[in-house]
Design a binder for this molecule. Structure first.
Ligand code: NAD
Length: 462
């Protein structure tokens, strides 16, 4: 057990203002592996002051130099990839391969993409008799969740730094260790003092203090819709800019004529990956009634194959929440085709890969985000019915469409109220904008659209 003290503020590890600590638990064996300081209002204030003091210098740093620092940061993340992966496995419970490829790998790709964008982006443009400047928004308060702990930090920090903003990050309390590693990487990469700051702490204390701090110009939040709503209210009350990446309940629409086995298998893999703790997971599979029974059988078999291969959920609270949803699904009349509420292990916060059949659109498990390895298979009668079901939640983050040909899939996808759609198994693209329609959020992350979130315009007329 390692007791970490200090938070990364103004380029150094500084002791916390208060004595409080947060225990970090390995969800695979329920052992406490570390403690980190529980930051207070005072720590947040020190971090925001440091970020404000560093802002003029970093904002005036030429984009090519900011790009060079981001490239150096990417190189440190590459050099420390194994350590990052091991840390995410220890605090989140994700299987080592997933930790390597996704939890450590995607942040490298995203940091690299912003090193390139910082060097090539048009921070000045001409329109008519005007010059338009794209200037940094200022100090960013970034509040992140535990599900992709490093990715969520990097998806905010890298574009913010590319834009010339300075940052204070408050990571999720369940996964602060990889956040600390990231702060070390920032330091090693030679990013100037105060440009990036890290305050660990509880959401309602340190997170709220960051959102409310008058020295923060933009609050960028990823997490639950309930907390996002609060943060949106705080930010609008203070006329701050705000970006919210919230929950999802995405639809995987399998049109007749699609390769059913492939669509089902990829769909199940999408939901089970990261133990279902993915906001963009396609947790509702929509199948034509003629193919429904076959799809359920395929999905149950695919889920059973995952068996022991998926990791635990992040915490006991999350496991209990997911089990509660499984019980609710059964109580509302859905049929368990695979898995169920029983844990497959004696220790650790595990939930079996679960598939529900006979799910109807109004059931709780078809409407609310479960954030666990639970797939609902719904039947539709025709395309209009499929569209109504696909669009029939308050969310709109992601989705998938499978059809015999791409044109047919695209025609359907155009009518979906959602921010991202994978067509016939399209791959993740770190340059494509990511973010939600409806209550899935406000704003976009990744690529040039993600960079634009951290810029504001000024125009000169000549
Ligand atoms: P959460 O909302 O409980 O916590 C997210 C962050 O907010 C944490 O750092 C937490 O400490 C902080 N927080 C909590 N209460 C706060 C408050 N009152 N004021 C300020 N900060 C506060 O969410 P979670 O349980 O950590 O994450 C799971 C949720 O995140 C899911 O609903 C998921 O869909 C969502 N999510 C969305 C995306 C996306 O990009 N749209 C990505 C990942 C996760």
């Amino acid at each position: 057990m390692k007791a970490h003290d200090g938070m990364y503020i103004d380029g150094a590890w500084r002791p916390a203002a208060g004595p409080g600590v947060i225990e970090v638990v390995n969800p695979a064996d329920e052992q406490v592996i570390a403690t980190v300081p529980a930051g207070t209002v005072e720590d947040v204030d020190a971090a925001v002051r440091a970020a404000r003091a560093a802002l003029p210098g970093w904002a005036a740093t030429p984009p090519a130099e900011r790009a060079a620092r981001l490239a150096a940061l990417r190189d440190v993340l590459v050099a420390r990839q194994d350590e990052i992966a091991e840390t995410v496995t220890a605090e989140l419970g994700s299987p080592p391969k997933l930790s390597q490829t996704v939890h450590a790998g995607v942040p490298i790709a995203v940091t690299g993409s912003y090193a390139e964008l910082a060097a090539t982006y048009a921070f000045e443009e001409r329109t008519g008799n005007s010059t338009v400047l794209h200037e940094p928004v200022g100090v960013v308060g970034a509040i992140t969740p535990w599900n992709y702990p490093l990715h969520q930090i990097v998806a905010k920090t890298a574009p913010a730094l590319a834009a010339g903003c300075t940052v204070v990050v408050k990571p999720a309390e369940d996964t602060p260790l990889v956040a600390r590693l990231f702060a070390e990487a920032v330091h090693e990469a030679g990013i100037p003092a105060g440009v990036f700051n890290l305050v660990t702490g509880l959401g309602p204390v340190a997170g709220q203090a960051l959102a409310e701090h008058p020295g923060v110009d933009l609050v960028s939040f990823t997490g639950s819709t309930a907390v996002g709503r609060r943060i949106g209210a705080i930010a609008s009350g203070m006329v701050k800019k705000v970006a919210l990446e919230l929950g999802g309940k995405s639809a995987n629409v399998i049109l007749p004529g699609a390769d059913l086995a492939r669509a089902v298998n990829v769909g199940v893999a999408n939901v089970m990956s990261n133990s279902g703790q993915t906001c963009s997971a396609w947790t509702r599979m929509l199948v034509h009634h003629d193919q429904y029974d076959e799809a359920v059988e395929l999905a149950a078999a695919a889920a059973a194959k995952y068996g022991d291969r998926i990791g635990p959920l992040v915490s006991a609270t999350q496991r209990d929440r997911v089990r509660g949803y499984i019980a609710k699904g059964v109580a509302e009349g859905a049929r368990l085709a695979a898995g169920g509420p029983d844990s497959p292990h004696e220790r650790g916060y595990y939930v079996s890969p679960t598939v529900f059949a006979d799910v109807t659109p109004e059931m709780t498990i078809a409407q609310e985000e479960i954030f666990g390895p639970v797939l609902s298979v719904l039947r539709y009668t025709d395309e209009e019915d499929a569209l109504r079901i696909a669009n029939g939640t308050v969310y709109g983050l992601a989705g998938a469409v499978w059809a015999a040909d791409e044109t047919e899939a695209v025609a359907f996808a155009r009518r979906m109220e959602t921010g991202q759609v994978d067509i016939n198994g399209g791959r993740f693209n770190p340059l494509a904008p990511f973010g939600g329609y409806k209550q899935s959020g406000v704003g976009r992350e990744l690529g040039a659209h993600g960079l634009a979130e951290y810029l504001q315009t000024k125009s000169f007329q000549f």
